[in-house]
Design a protein around this ligand. Structure first.
Ligand code: ADP
Length: 627
């Protein structure tokens, strides 16, 4: 098994800072968490004091010749007090959960927003993703640092207050008892802690094992894999993988259990030594007549309690240290400097006609860690309203080029300009507002069709505009036939009544979404990849209507699909190899003409499969994939 590296990074925020951070977060949104925590501390200290004083108080009353009625009322008072404190404690403990979950949920939300809004190159950076994984780890469940830290802080405070009270009490017997207990409890803690910390030091190894086992389980439930699992018989392979990681996890937990057991044994041995010595001292004092019965019982109980507080303080501090490190990871993740300017950037100039000129000036781009530039010294001006096609073989750099245009990457060298100004100076989110796109991967959420097209909650959707876009994208008929029309949920991951659309229908829906946004620049990256030939040719014919007077960039590896564009760029060897209209490029007889020739031969050979047969005549524009 691969060896996991131990995290040796020094956290940027210490324990005090992280506790203050959590308190601030609670103060901002869920003040109840703080008052409930204070209440729990008060209950904890009161309960321990009541337990400590109950027997000595009764003994003192007995020694002072108290009557039965006085004794009964005293015991009743203690019992009632104890019941009331315990009941309040339990009530507060249960209620503490709601506020704490709320604080953790808000932290989760912040983390997701950070991820959704960060500069795009971050999300392709493996270090950033790894950091994100570690940061979110502290918010995964009730027992992770982002919530469990409240328990630690409450217990630490309870231990510290009780420690001070017991210290004052025991110092009345003499400094030796308190000193002995404190010294041996400290020794016990420091002897056991390195053994107990074994599992914590290997938390990355544990997380990796869990992740791998989970991976096998989740993949077996993945709907996208369901067909392949059956056809290729992947099931036993996944089961074997799961079994392998479960066995490794069992070994890991057995080792962790052995370490905990040794630590507990050491703890018990030192506790015996500590309590034995302290009790011996108290017995000697009692025998010498220096303590009466009530005092003996009081100090006897206080000795074990005192050791418990000392050990508790160390344990909680160690726990707080670990939780604080995790919270520091979370806070540091959220403070990773952005590559792009956002709210500190300039707003984009607003133009009534929405016509902007885009330019790549001497642009080179190399992916992080790559040996060569994907694009090298590219110069390109896209005129306002121009319909540009970008063609080239797979891997030529077409998608990279549009990602640079859309501002998802910054060039490694050179500039991307909007109306002559470097886009780096603008608020990048403002810049994105000017783009509408259909990318190759479909990005639908488990919401209604209307919400997915408009990207706003259902009640805010402009329905006439949405239907117009569905119509133009050629998917309106299909949506109208659904039982709940535009209110139908997409996907069955969340909604049982959700529908699964075909690849082609989904691609049209993505087109409708791009149209709904009505941005000045439309980018279409292989928008016909999932369409059948009839639907594809339908889209080419309607392309001008679809994009209107907007600037558009159309990417395709199908050269024939560029005829309807004003200009075609052929991308090869990291640059623009040829450019012109489709006819000009054919006439020039260069690479474009050569590639077009090869493609048209291939398509004409398979034309029988591609062209509509007589019985298909009149088939709807949804074509084959709809039926
Ligand atoms: P095209 O759209 O023309 O098929 P791309 O722009 O997607 O080509 O890719 C161009 C080259 O860049 C390919 O060699 C591809 O492997 C590489 N590439 C694309 N995306 C990444 C990435 N995120 N990280 C590293 N290399 C990438």
């Amino acid at each position: 098994m691969e060896k996991q590296k131990t995290d040796t990074r020094r956290p940027a925020y210490g324990m005090a800072s992280n506790c203050a951070f959590m308190i601030r977060r609670a103060w901002q949104g869920s003040k109840g968490v703080l008052s409930v925590a204070a209440g729990i501390v008060l209950c904890g200290v009161t309960a321990s004091l009541l337990e400590l004083f109950v027997v000595p108080a009764i003994l003192t009353a007995l020694e002072n010749g108290a009557g039965p009625w006085e004794l009964v009322s005293m015991i009743a008072c203690f019992t009632l007090g104890m019941v009331a404190v315990r009941a309040l404690w339990g009530y507060l403990d249960t209620n503490a959960l709601f506020g704490r979950v709320l604080v953790r949920s808000r932290l989760c939300l912040d983390l997701h927003m950070t991820f959704c809004r960060t500069s795009f190159p971050h999300i392709e950076d493996p270090d950033y993703i790894k950091w994100m994984g570690k940061a979110s780890k502290c918010l995964d469940s009730n027992s992770d640092a982002g919530e469990a830290i409240w328990n630690t802080m409450v217990e630490l405070l309870t231990n510290v207050i009780s420690f001070v009270i017991y210290l004052l009490l025991l110092s009345q017997v003499g400094p030796w008892v308190a000193l002995l207990c404190a010294a041996l409890s400290t020794a016990s803690y420091f002897a056991g802690e390195p053994i107990r910390a074994w599992r914590y030091r290997r938390r990355d190894e544990e997380a990796a094992l869990l992740h791998k086992a989970d991976y096998a389980v989740f993949r077996s439930r993945d709907m996208k894999l369901a067909k392949d699992i059956r056809i290729f018989g992947i099931g036993p392979w996944l089961t074997e993988l799961y079994g392998k990681y479960v066995r490794l996890m069992q070994d890991f937990f057995a080792k962790a259990f052995r370490h905990d057991m040794w630590a507990d044994l050491l703890d018990t041995a030192l506790a015996l030594l500590r309590n034995g010595a302290a009790y011996g001292l108290l017995i000697a004092m009692a025998l010498r007549g220096e303590l009466n019965a009530a005092q003996f019982v009081l100090y006897f109980t206080a000795v074990s309690g005192f050791s418990q507080w000392v050990t508790g303080i160390f344990k909680q501090l160690a726990q707080l240290h670990r939780q604080s490190m995790e919270l520091s990871t979370l806070r540091e993740f959220q403070e990773i400097p952005e590559m792009f300017r956002f709210s500190d950037g300039e707003p984009l100039p607003v133009k009534e006609d929405h016509l902007y000129e885009l330019e790549l000036r001497d642009v080179s781009f190399r992916y992080p860690g790559a040996q060569n530039d994907t694009l090298s010294h590219v110069d390109l001006i896209i005129h306002p309203g121009e319909k540009l096609a970008v063609v080239g073989k797979n891997g030529a750099g077409k998608t990279t080029l549009i990602k640079l245009l859309c501002g998802l990457y910054d060039p490694t060298q050179g500039q991307v300009l909007l109306d002559g100004k470097d886009i780096r100076q603008y608020d990048r989110r403002d810049y994105y507002e000017h783009f509408s796109a259909v990318f190759q991967q479909f990005s639908v959420l488990a919401g209604t069709i209307a919400e997915n097209v408009a990207q706003v909650p259902a009640e805010k959707v402009d329905l006439p505009r949405m239907w117009d876009c569905l119509e133009r994208a050629g998917v309106a008929d299909k949506i109208r036939r659904l039982p709940q029309k535009e209110a139908t949920h997409l996907g069955r991951n969340v909604y049982l009544d959700g529908v699964e659309l075909s690849g082609g229908q989904m691609q049209r829906l993505m087109l409708a979404r791009a149209l709904y946004k009505d941005a000045p620049v439309v980018v279409l990256d292989e928008p016909t990849a999932a369409l059948d030939p009839i639907a594809e040719s339908d889209l080419y014919q309607k392309y001008s209507d679809l994009t209107g007077d907007r600037t558009s960039v159309y990417i395709s590896h199908r050269l024939a699909s560029t005829r309807f564009c004003d200009r075609v760029l052929l991308i090869e060897d990291g640059g623009i190899a040829e450019e012109g209209t489709h006819e000009e490029l054919l006439k020039a007889g260069g690479r474009y003409a050569y590639l077009f020739d090869i493609q048209s031969k291939y398509y004409s050979q398979s034309a029988d499969d591609l062209l509509p047969r007589p019985q298909d005549a009149g088939a709807g524009k949804e074509g084959v994939e709809d039926e």
